[in-house]
Design a protein around this ligand. Structure first.
Ligand code: TRP
Ligand code: ZN
Length: 498
């Protein structure tokens, strides 16, 4: 946020020229929100509170037509501002008046309102657009997965530019209404709850609502022929799962895994505190790529996650993200350990509960598996750099750091921290340093050195540090592969992130 201070001489000069002083004070919003990993992600000058997306999709042609209504508040005096978007725009209205707009590069839309916008006011932006999302490729990276019967938007760190204009960075979270018109017989799945569904003249409209702050990359859309199952959690919240009718051999294992969402969500509630959103579930589209993603309230699972049989561990991972990543989001992408370290550690705790290897055994195994000269230890989970953002080390070394914390503070304090953190930062953003400070305060122990060793040094912590953290010693020199290892590792199937 910038505030320009006008020197008195400038003020006098502008008065002399009969230009109102404030007219010189309107500047363009920045084309990025200021994340050094992804300089063009997000934008400056405003803060979005709500997106209302009204869409129509034709599976036969991949044509997506949309009207996005964006409610925001300006955070500076704006002469113009950007949205992140990749499809073709036909019209933009700002506060009801036609604005001029221009594409800048592949994913920036520059909007110049008819009249400049004053700081601290509400602004409504309406963007009308149409395009074929599968035709948009940004540096070989695509978030739109066309399927035989539809299409799916899911990617990290961004997926929105393929299907709606936004301030595309986790720092600007908002609530969402996603309304999608599809041919009868086809379903549309998104985040939150299905408010209503209606059919007329061969088309069905699905109205989805996600009523808690949600990052743009966690907003998802799946269109295709789905079998939708419903249930309720013990606290009454709806469970909504969706399976493509075209999962072939993976259908049984997919259902045997994702149908355990309710049980896993309730187990995680015991660990992390109240579930933060208005519904829970998951979906398995008929895509060919292999990853899973923690899309809010409704994680995305590739059918390949279940190609070797049921895998509840991946469900544990994605649901753990609902607290660690979705409700509490990163400040910037350098903070990815706050998401992946803890989602991986949840898998370790599930393994411990299932009697398939304790977290300590998994930690010992990770340590022993990577010799000191393994490049694995070069990655700093606390600031891995954009190229290594989703490196295995962020997950496995990241979880090792959490086991080191557990051993340093003891189980009672550790589990209080695990549960306290998502409550302390619920629906907000936080960074790695905030977690370290929180853990120190909650445990009453100095932890800066421990985290420096496990998160920030580009080397394998040596014997004294490992001994201190009681990692790599419990099972002696030969670490046996815990029974849960294969399923846990399968969560990291290669993702085609940029
Ligand atoms: N956050 C995802 C998970 O661990 C994994 C992931 C990383 C991903 N990069 C991605 C998924 C790119 C899809 C696309 O659950
Ligand atoms: Zn993850």
């Amino acid at each position: 946020m910038h505030r320009k201070i006008i020197a008195p001489s400038v003020l006098a000069a502008s008065l002399l020229l009969a230009i109102p002083a404030s007219a010189t004070d309107f500047t363009p919003g920045a084309p990025g929100i200021g994340d050094p990993y992804y300089p063009s992600s997000g934008n400056g000058g405003y803060d979005v509170s709500h997106y209302d997306l009204r869409l129509k999709y034709q599976p036969a042609t991949d044509l997506l037509e949309g009207t996005a209504t964006i409610l925001a508040t300006t955070t500076q005096n704006l002469s113009r501002f950007n949205l992140d978007f990749g499809l073709k725009v036909s019209e933009v209205l700002v506060n009801g008046s036609r604005a001029t707009f221009a594409k800048s590069g592949t994913q920036e839309l520059e909007i110049t309102p008819a009249a400049p916008l004053t700081k601290g006011r509400s602004v409504t932006v309406v963007v009308k657009y149409a395009g074929k999302p599968s035709e948009l490729s940004i540096a070989g990276y695509t978030a739109w997965h066309r399927t035989p019967d539809g299409g799916v938007a899911a990617q990290e760190p961004d997926s929105a530019v393929w299907w709606f204009p936004s301030n595309d960075h986790p720092l600007d979270k908002a609530t969402f209404d996603v309304s999608v018109l599809v041919p009868d017989g086809t379903q549309a799945v998104s985040n939150g709850t299905l408010q209503s569904q209606s059919s007329a003249r061969g088309w069905t409209r699905y109205n989805w609502r996600s009523n808690k702050p949600q990052a743009t990359y966690l907003t998802t859309l799946a269109i295709g022929k789905f079998d939708i199952t419903t249930d309720t959690l013990a606290n009454g919240l709806p469970v909504i799962n969706a399976y493509s009718k075209d999962l072939g051999d993976n259908d049984g294992a997919a259902r045997a895994s994702v149908e355990r969402t309710k049980e896993v969500a309730e187990w995680l509630t015991g660990l992390y505190g109240p579930y933060p959103f208005n519904s829970v579930g998951g979906y398995v589209p008929n895509v060919t790529s292999g990853f899973a993603l923690e899309t809010q309230t409704r994680p995305y699972y590739s059918p390949k996650q279940f190609a070797n049989g049921a895998n509840v561990s991946v469900v544990v991972h994605e649901l753990a993200h609902q607290w660690y990543g979705d409700s509490v989001s990163v400040d910037g992408w350098k903070d990815i350990w706050n998401n992946e370290g803890f989602a991986r550690y949840a898998q370790w705790l599930w393994s411990e509960k299932e009697g398939e290897g304790t977290a300590q055994e998994l930690a010992d195994y990770v340590y022993a598996q990577h010799p000191a000269d393994d490049p694995f230890w070069k990655v700093k989970p606390g600031d891995p750099g954009p190229d290594n953002q989703f490196d295995l080390a962020v997950y496995d070394r990241g979880a090792l750091a959490i086991q080191a914390l557990r051993n340093a503070v003891g189980d009672k304090s550790f589990f209080a921290i695990l549960k306290g953190w998502p409550t302390a930062h619920r629906y907000g953003n936080a960074n790695v340093g905030d977690f370290v400070a929180y853990a120190e305060k909650a445990s009453g122990k100095p932890l800066a050195q421990l985290f420096d060793t496990w998160l920030y040094q580009p080397t394998r912590p040596g014997a004294p540090a490992a001994k201190k953290a009681r990692v790599a010693l419990a099972s002696g020199a030969r670490a046996v592969q815990p029974k849960s290892w294969q399923k846990i590792a399968a969560t990291n199937s290669i993702h085609d992130h940029r």
